[in-house]
Design a protein around this ligand. Structure first.
Ligand SMILES: Cc1ncc(COP(=O)(O)O)c(C=O)c1O
Length: 448
């Protein structure tokens, strides 16, 4: 293929994978390349990798999903209810945040491209922002990370090693589990929100690190944090709480669940993805005095991946001010959540596994979840599918995330739509509905 020619994904796929039948090409997949770059065919993949990729196409795309990638729903039309974003307070286009980012970009461009390990001066803007965030959460210190994923992996890898049992709630975020792997530590899975199970496991395996989410990302369930803090103190364990879905949304000034429950002196570490309420591609770890210095030199993602850019820092700082000042957004989110949850429960939707702004429909088989997604979308309601590896196999779910920007009319439309489609979505067959009929607690094996 020569210079200016457009190369289609289809042709590239065929060249790379050789035996795999190519995905259908559409005009939108045409990508222009630089005229001078030769594009020789890549070497054929070795058998072991080719087989692995083929297996995915065969077993998942073709057989399990009927030939279409499970995430490929339809595109929303203007006016549809798109309930897929984690922008819970509806601030992603907030003029003060956008302006602060533009000003920083104009003034500093993309700043210094380097690892944060080189930014150790207390007066560095990043360090000042870390202090501000830590103070707002009632923590002694904190460290910004490039993502919530890196915050979790880096922290767990810095506080556990091969000798440490790490007690992980079965629904805790995948990045916490990944941290355990990265630490080379032993993960002990704990039944979801089951402090008694945790205590039995600690008595059997010894003191270690406990990992939980404050609000679970697939169900919107709250963690009974006070019980976990009691157990951690009783058994001399380290307690880590992921506040990704509660920082900004919970607490009178958005300080998160740990602080608002007065547990700041009993939880050792709080991790956060700022890609939710803060609308930034970043993460944060709130930690005890004296830990940050150690952490910055111990966490591999902190050392070996580059740091945040000036306009990202400016965006986080501006979002923080908005989140603290505009408490009406939290109140509105609570109102919408209560209204929608109450109505959907009355309609028979099995959502009793959660209470917060995330609503997880535990449907089970992937094809059924795709069907429910398609029905919802045909009626103008867009959620997100979660399936393996974000959930256990055949425990897929459809998640709707509510936000403070929803009007009463939109909340009403959501409820009316989900009422109207009840007959089309095979509700009695959902694994969540079956479990609810049997009076069992929520799913135990999601890891999103
Ligand atoms: C609970 C939780 N922790 C961590 C993360 C990872 O965050 P990020 O997207 O910033 O890497 C997520 C995102 O899905 C999450 O839901």
């Amino acid at each position: 293929m020569d210079g200016f020619s457009a190369i289609r994904t289809r042709e590239r796929t065929t060249a790379m994978l050789d035996v795999i039948s190519p995905a259908p090409a559409t005009p939108e997949t045409v990508v222009a390349i630089h005229p001078g770059t030769p594009r020789p065919a890549a070497p054929a993949l070795p058998e072991m990798l080719r087989e692995r990729v083929e297996r995915f196409r065969r077993e998942r795309v073709q057989i399990a999903w009927g030939g279409k990638h499970i995430m490929l729903g339809s595109l929303p039309k203007p006016g549809d209810l798109v309930l897929q974003s984690n922008d819970y307070l509806a601030i992603t286009r907030h003029p003060e945040i956008v302006r602060a980012q533009c000003v920083a970009l104009e003034a500093e461009g993309n700043g210094m491209m380097m690892s944060g390990i080189f930014l150790q001066h207390a007066e560095d803007p990043m360090r000042r922002l870390e202090q501000e965030l830590a103070a707002a959460m009632g923590a002694a210190e904190g460290m910004l990370c490039q993502s919530g994923y890196n915050a979790n992996v880096g922290l767990v890898q810095s506080i556990a090693d091969v000798r440490t049992p790490v007690y992980v709630d079965m629904l805790a975020h995948a990045s916490l589990w990944e941290g355990v792997k990265s630490a080379g530590a032993r993960a002990v899975a704990i039944l979801h929100n089951d402090p008694e199970h945790l205590e039995r496991q600690i008595l059997r395996n010894g003191p270690g690190v406990i990992l939980v989410d404050a609000v679970y990302s697939t169900t919107g369930a709250l963690c009974p944090l006070a019980d976990y803090a009691d157990i951690a103190a009783r058994h001399d364990c380290v307690l880590v709480v992921d506040e990704s879905h509660s920082l900004g949304t919970h607490g009178s000034r958005g300080e998160g669940l740990v602080a608002s429950l007065g547990l700041g002196d009993r939880v050792h570490f709080r991790t956060v993805s700022l890609a939710k309420t803060y609308c930034a591609r970043a993460g944060f770890v709130a930690c005890p005095a004296g830990f940050r210095e150690y952490f910055a030199s111990e966490s591999l993602p902190a050392i070996f991946s580059s740091t945040l850019l000036p306009h990202e820092l400016a965006g986080i700082a501006a979002a923080h001010r908005v989140i603290q000042a505009e408490g009406w957004r939290r109140n509105r989110l609570r109102q919408v959540t209560q209204r929608v949850r109450t109505a959907l429960t009355a309609l028979g939707y099995p959502i009793a596994n959660g209470t917060e702004q995330i609503i997880g429909f535990e449907i089970g088989p992937e094809r059924l979840t795709m069907h429910v997604r398609d029905v919802f979308e045909a009626h103008g309601v867009f959620g997100s599918i979660f399936c393996a590896p974000a959930t256990a196999k055949n425990r897929s779910l459809l998640r709707l995330t509510l936000n403070a920007g929803m009007s009463d009319a939109e909340a009403e439309r959501l409820v009316e739509t989900l009422s109207a489609v009840r007959g089309e979505v095979e509700l009695p067959d959902w694994s969540g509905a079956r479990r609810q009929r049997r009076g069992e607690p929520a799913a135990l094996e999601n890891v999103a």
